[in-house]
Design a binder for this molecule. Structure first.
Ligand SMILES: [Zn+2]
Length: 235
């Protein structure tokens, strides 16, 4: 979801409920501090209320410039730390998108409360992050219930077809296959979807008919759908 409003409500031992758009997304929020690279523990241990005690309650924060994104941690990125960072339990509500202005508002509040905000903008995006956001979006649409964990390959294999306003199905296939190949770039830009962008739609029929507007095309450029009406261009 895109953060429209956020609220901190007193909980136990100096922790807070963190509410975003009326949904509780953390029960024991304490600091807005990134540790272990770009991970923030938004839910501290519910026994001692001490940040860093448990491996649970983490989100990964990525700085896409216009938007700061909170998503489930991608464990494989942190193998060297020998810890299995687990997502915060509330995070099955999906990826959270902060506009930069809204995030700065949040940081300002945390600073006023004398809480740590070190490195809270997280890391610059990599192609791995983009693919993960793209996969999460597709997985959420493909999945009928629960935590979406499908891989892109799995989702792709279970399609019954693809279409676009002007492209043939074969052309859609080629563009998608190209988009699924790892691309070496460090420039990722988020755009809001506009009417000039035409979706490439993947269709499923299990267990019911569903569509995923997985890519958008505009002037031969490819945009990756990451949900909430937002797409990413690699340049
Ligand atoms: Zn503890």
């Amino acid at each position: 979801m895109v953060v429209e409003e956020f609220e901190l409500v007193h909980h136990k031992e100096g922790t807070y409920f963190l509410r975003v758009n009326k949904n509780i997304i953390a029960d024991y929020f304490y600091n807005l501090e990134a540790e272990f690279g770009s991970l923030i523990q938004i839910d501290v241990c519910s026994h001692c209320y001490y940040p860093g005690c448990s491996d649970f309650g983490f989100i990964e924060v990525i700085d896409f410039n216009k938007y700061i994104i909170w998503k489930e941690p991608l464990s494989s990125k942190y193998v060297s730390s020998n810890r299995e960072f687990q997502s915060n339990l509330r995070f099955n509500q999906g990826t959270i998108f902060w506009t930069r202005a809204k995030y700065i508002e949040f940081i300002t509040l945390m600073k006023q409360m004398n809480r740590n905000t070190n490195d809270c903008f997280g890391a610059k995006p990599t192609v791995i992050d983009l693919y993960e956001l793209w996969r999460l979006e597709g997985s959420k649409i493909y999945s009928s219930e629960g935590a979406p964990t499908y891989t892109l390959d799995y989702i792709y294999e279970n399609r019954i077809g693809m279409y676009n306003e002007v492209l043939s199905e074969n052309q859609c296939e080629l563009i998608l296959k190209q988009a699924m190949k790892a691309i070496n770039s460090e420039n990722f830009e988020i755009f809001e979807i506009n009417f000039l962008m035409k979706p490439i739609v993947m269709i499923f029929d299990i267990p019911i008919y569903k569509e995923w507007k997985c890519l958008y095309m505009m002037n031969d450029e490819v945009f990756y759908s990451i949900g909430e009406g937002l797409v990413v261009r690699i340049s």
